[in-house]
Design a protein around this ligand. Structure first.
Ligand code: B1M
Length: 217
């Protein structure tokens, strides 16, 4: 039964049908399905398929845009549920989060922010296409413990390295830890740029953030 629902979720994204995606997300919430299961087993499967089709020329920008919009509508329904499930009072630390300059992908970054919030972090989400200077200035302003930077393009991923260099030059590290993520980011890249943490997904991001601040899992 859930299997069918996950298939329908994926298909709604492939079809770029935002109304259906939203409706299916509501159905998942109503049936008590964990919101992250709905995202990972359902909607993300669809968005990945569109991404693959786009990279081999079988889908074009309008399809990519529609898939992104449909995905966002589903996530908007699921986000409050994630926060509710993880709701707790304790604040573990402050995280300044952004998608790096030149990059407007925000779905994964927003999910990471939601999971961190739900797990007890205070998150300052600066949005997308954020210049390095603005990220560092915000980190200083709020006394951040962690800066989290997302990049979905190989062309913008290199700016994660620029940010780390700038944070070092400003004397922010090692006090402030830098966590990176995004589809093209690999362990090799993380080692090369000297980031403090990396995760492939939103759950892992919470785990890493806790490790960075020596908080028990
Ligand atoms: Co874009 N796009 N896109 N796109 N897009 C990709 C990334 C691409 C891989 C598609 C492809 O060709 N297969 C490709 C990049 C190729 C490359 O660089 N190697 C690509 C391209 C080329 C482009 C444009 C250049 C297309 C064009 O204009 N010709 C353009 C770039 C615009 C720009 O940024 N300047 C573009 C635009 C768009 C849309 C606007 C249409 C839309 C984004 C909508 C939005 O975000 N509001 C879009 C979409 C939807 C995608 C794909 C299909 C899906 C991305 C997504 O939302 N995934 C994507 C293909 C793909 O990744 N499969 C693609 C779901 C999301 C939950 O996963 O974001 O990976 P993700 O986040 C995960 C993890 O990565 C991790 O946790 C998240 C949750 O599990 N994570 C972190 C993310 N950030 C983290 C931070 C952390 C820790 C973990 O710590 C701080």
């Amino acid at each position: 039964m859930d299997h069918e629902l996950y298939g329908a979720m994926a298909q709604s994204i492939i079809d770029g049908d935002a109304d259906l995606a939203e409706q299916l997300a509501r159905q998942a919430v109503g049936s008590g399905i964990h919101p992250l299961e709905a995202i990972n087993k359902g909607f993300v499967t669809g968005v990945n398929q569109v991404g693959d089709q786009f990279s081999c020329g079988a889908a074009f920008l309008p399809e990519l845009v529609m898939a992104g919009e449909a995905m966002k509508r589903a996530v908007i329904v699921l986000e409050p549920e994630m926060v509710k499930r993880g709701a707790q009072r304790q604040v573990y630390g402050k995280v300044v989060l952004a998608t790096i300059h030149g990059d407007i992908h925000d779905i994964g970054k927003t999910l990471v922010g939601t999971m961190l919030t739900a797990s007890g972090f205070q998150v300052f989400d600066l949005g997308v296409d954020v210049p390095i200077e603005s990220i560092l200035a915000k980190a200083e302003e709020v006394g951040a413990d962690i800066i989290g930077v997302s990049a979905l393009l190989t062309t913008t991923m290199v700016r994660q390295r620029d940010l780390i260099k700038a944070a070092d030059e400003r004397g922010l590290r090692p006090k402030v830890k830098v966590m990176v993520g995004g589809a093209p980011v690999t362990r090799e890249w993380v080692a090369e740029i000297g980031a403090d943490g990396y995760s492939e997904d939103a759950i892992g991001a919470v785990k890493i953030a806790k490790q960075l601040l020596s908080i028990p899992a």
